[in-house]
Write a protein that binds this ligand. Structure first.
Ligand code: AGP
Length: 609
């Protein structure tokens, strides 16, 4: 995720901006830039790459002035480059903006602005905001910002400078963090507390829908309509490390809690307003192109592979195209049957996993069309594939993948729906139901995360067991695979996932008194069969924790404990069902005193074979 800093006060702004951006480096970024006002003119310096590259430019041309804003960019719209780096300006260069998040309606806004003669330099969604300021400004900086905020939709923290008001910074936020640091005769702005913790511990944490007008001596907070808001000072008492994790104990739990936003960011701009279809501007496919695909091969590793298992189910059910799913390290050594009518989909959070990249190259060599689903703009797989769908989860720092997985599920669901529509295999009413269900997911994920106490208790009760089994049928089985991997990799508990119907073909021998079995029962077309499997393990005195919909009052009779998830369609259940499993793994690892964010022997990105 991008980082934002801002300064207004008596001192030179640039040194603080650089210091603040350095403190945000841990969040990951691909480019950086600052804008400083020298009293009458705003000057900008920016550069792709590490902060060192920006620093080198500044050594030759240090920006002078006591008010400024800065940004580290994690690319979403437009690849990493000097021109796509923030800050962005309007045509006149008088309005400057930095932004975190996604402006969902930027394409339509951009078209209108181009018609009105605005010239765009970058491929970013952010640049529209600067041009809108130019369009709406008529002598009142604050009024222009309000007009812009009323027209944009999406998630953002935005910080504005205007040459016409050389002593002010204006900022606002929606679904992205923004903090104001209160100093003596100076004030600071940051997307995250670590950037300002060395300068002040007195802060205002902005809430969604609020905006602030900041000078060196004052901070006025109001809502977007201009109604004043009284803020309480939040005294930060975290140390620097805790501040990086936003007050959470580990990056993993922070990222688990970021899922509602990550899911929203990944899908909202891709859902038609009337729920009638999926918008994939990035896929330049015609009906004929899609009709020519006679097979899809999904290839990935680890958690991304588990998202692929769900993807197979989605695509086969919605688009009626046969799908094979392979582990990347197996795929390229089995002489795969791939040709120009095959669509090869690779899924990779980092976009750098060596086996996945090699499999992609092999598929290309065999003539397949290729599509990458990845979280990192400009990553190796994104450059190698013909087409790319980005998951907009923001940087994932914990080794255990969480928000990348749920956004991969969203991406494969959108893709399957899109293909089903083009191939006319998905009836319009079913498509609408899926899209309506997607829209509810961020709120439902948020609801789930509000009630974690029972999950903590189960983790404490069973966190010292040697073996845990995960069972489920259909999509529940796919989620069980991911639940078992999560538990293994961070808590070091031996965990196995089984298709529930497969138990009696061998594994049932391992089910003895007291063995925990996590049973997923969200797939109603196989519900009764799953219940029979639950009875089988209960008959061997296993301890069963059921994962089921909140309205399921039948399952309670057959399980020892139950974790409820909000009701949704069978297709979308995996997105919600995995969250308790992530939490279970997390709290089990904490209970056992494991190094949650850096589990032994594992790397975040596996760039060797
Ligand atoms: C999951 O928690 C793992 N850390 C791992 O399985 C990961 O998903 C796998 O290495 C693939 O990584 P990628 O998505 O970056 O390609």
């Amino acid at each position: 995720m991008c980082g934002i800093v801002g300064y207004v006060g008596p001192n030179q702004a640039a040194p603080f901006l650089l210091e603040g951006l350095t403190k945000l480096e841990y969040r990951g970024y691909d480019s950086a830039g600052i804008a400083v006002m020298d009293g009458s003119e705003i000057k900008i310096e920016k550069s792709v790459g590490r902060l060192g590259a920006l620093q080198t430019k500044l050594e030759q041309n240090m920006l002078q002035g006591t008010i400024g804003i800065g940004h580290t960019r994690w690319a979403t719209h437009g690849r990493p480059s000097d021109v796509n780096s923030h800050p962005h300006t309007d045509c006149s260069g008088k309005f400057v903006v930095v932004h975190n998040g996604i402006i969902e309606n930027y394409l339509e806004l951009k078209e209108k602005l181009i018609e009105r003669g605005h010239v765009f330099l970058s491929e970013t969604d952010t640049e529209v905001v600067a041009h809108m300021m130019e369009e709406y400004y008529s002598g009142d900086f604050e009024a222009a910002v309000k007009k812009v905020l009323a027209e944009i939709s999406g998630s953002y923290s935005l910080v504005f400078l205007s040459e016409n008001d050389p002593d002010k910074i204006i900022c606002s936020k929606q679904d992205n963090p923004l903090v104001i640091g209160l100093g003596n005769g100076e004030n600071f702005i940051a997307s995250d507390i670590p950037a300002i913790i060395n300068r002040t511990r007195r802060t205002y944490i902005l809430s969604d829908g609020e905006m602030a007008v900041i000078t060196k001596d004052s901070v006025w907070v109001m809502n977007r309509q201009g109604v004043p808001v009284t803020k309480k000072v939040f005294e930060v008492n975290w140390d620097a490390e805790a501040a990086e994790k936003g007050g959470y104990e580990h990056f993993m739990i922070k990222e688990i809690y970021e899922q509602p936003k990550a899911i929203r960011d990944t899908m909202m701009s891709r859902l038609a307003k009337d729920d009638s279809h999926i918008i994939f501007d990035e896929l330049k496919w015609t009906k004929e192109d899609v009709a020519a695909i006679n097979k899809i091969a999904i290839v990935a590793c680890g958690t991304a592979y588990h998202a692929g298992v769900v993807g197979k189910y989605y695509i086969e059910r919605m688009a009626r195209i046969p799908v094979e799913v392979d582990i990347a390290s197996e795929f390229r050594y089995r002489s795969p049957l791939i040709d120009e009518n095959t669509l090869m989909i690779v899924i990779s959070q980092s976009g750098e996993t060596s086996d996945t990249l090699a499999a992609l190259k092999e598929a290309k060599r065999l003539g397949a069309r290729t599509l990458a689903i990845t979280n990192v703009v400009g990553s190796s797989v994104s450059r190698e594939a013909d087409q790319v769908i980005y998951t907009w989860a923001g940087p994932e720092i914990a080794v255990a993948s969480t928000k990348a997985y749920t956004t991969q599920l969203i991406s494969v669901c959108l893709l399957a729906t899109y293909l089903g529509d083009l191939r006319e295999t998905l009836p319009a009413d079913e498509m609408q139901t899926i899209i309506k269900g997607l829209r509810q997911l961020p709120m439902q994920a948020h609801e789930l995360l509000e009630n974690v106490e029972p999950i903590k208790t189960f983790a404490e009760l069973y966190g010292f067991k040697e073996d845990v089994f995960f069972i489920g049928r259909s999509l529940d089985y796919a989620v069980a695979l991911e639940g078992a991997l999560k538990l293994k990799e961070i808590s070091y508990i031996h965990a196995e996932a089984y298709a529930a119907g497969e138990l009696k073909h061998g594994t049932l021998a391992l089910i003895i008194e007291g063995v925990p079995v996590i049973a997923l029962a969200t797939q109603l077309d196989v519900y009764e069969k799953t219940l029979s499997n639950i009875k089988e393990v209960k008959a061997r005195d296993a301890i069963v924790i059921g994962i089921a919909f909140a309205n399921d009052d039948k399952i309670c009779k057959y399980v020892d404990h139950i974790i409820c998830i909000p009701e949704t369609s069978k297709f979308l259940a995996p997105v919600l069902a995995v969250i308790p499993l992530q939490l279970l793994a997390y709290y089990a690892a904490v209970t056992r005193g494991c190094d949650v964010d850096k589990p032994r022997n594992l790397a975040k990105s596996v760039t060797v074979e």
